[in-house]
Design a protein around this ligand. Sequence first.
Ligand code: PEP
Ligand code: MG
Length: 324
Amino acid sequence: YLKELEELKDLDAVTLDGRKVELVGNIGEPNDVAGVLKNGGVGVGLYRTEFLYMNSEVMPSEEKQFAAYRSVLEAFPDGPVIIRTLDIGGDKKLPYLPMDEELNPFLGLRAIRLCFKEIGLFKIQLRAILRASVYGHAHIMFPMISSITEVRQAKTILLDCMKELDEEQLPYDKAVKVGVMIEIPSAAIAADIISKEVDFFSIGTNDLCQYTLAVDRMNQDVSYLYDPFNPAILRLIKQVTATSKDNFFTGMCGEMAGDPLAAILLLGLGLYEFSMSALSIPQIKKIIRSVRYEDAKKIAQAALDMETGEEIMDFVKDSMKKLN
Ligand code: PEP
Ligand code: MG
């Protein structure tokens, strides 16, 4: 079996009837790149940069960040590398950045919201990513976006950084792609509006489930309610993937993207890019290569009419058996 997965490494993630998708890895630090390459990931769909900040006693300098981003970009000369800007707040804190106690940290000053408050910190990161962008196919991704206004605000700050670099005559990729995570229900519902300002989406099902179902993603007592197959979640995903247009793609970097039971459903819903922990890549590739896109679409369509997550999960399992 391991040998079979090894043989898959250099094959495309393409269905029997020719629909090609992209399988990429989630990483937390440059060292994780090796695993993505080894398992046949063609790029990085989520670089969680907060680890760079959390594993440091002081704010990581622009140079230090530049070196980290550059090394990841250089590992993928042909593939995309999606660098997510800082997602601190919620349960993640930084020793060198005092933050007020909050009654609802996951609804509070988290991710892009914190970056708007700490613009100096945000600009250092954006400058570092921009400077690294000349070494590969950099994509900048903003987390916890709830509306188009925040996208515009973030892009204005990005533009400021570009102007600074221009003045300093430091090179960057002027066509760098800009995208957002879709992980707040309002962003999924208004995906068509938000898409006007960006080059790509990446659906963060971990938070999308948490916020849509009102279930703390860490709380064991309510974990039975945490279900990515819940019809409400599938419908939101559908709404996001329906926002397709030229020169634009929709991916997913939440855990669901690496779930073998979800693969056909997501394929059928029109997802283009699947980003997951490296070890899941071969298994998902195997599934993609074993189905017809036309069948996956029918399965997804039927699932969208079902009433419960359980029913959907059983139906998917059944359908997978029949396909084999
Ligand atoms: C998500 O919310 O699905 C996601 C990928 O981001 P994180 O798990 O880092 O919050
Ligand atoms: Mg998230």
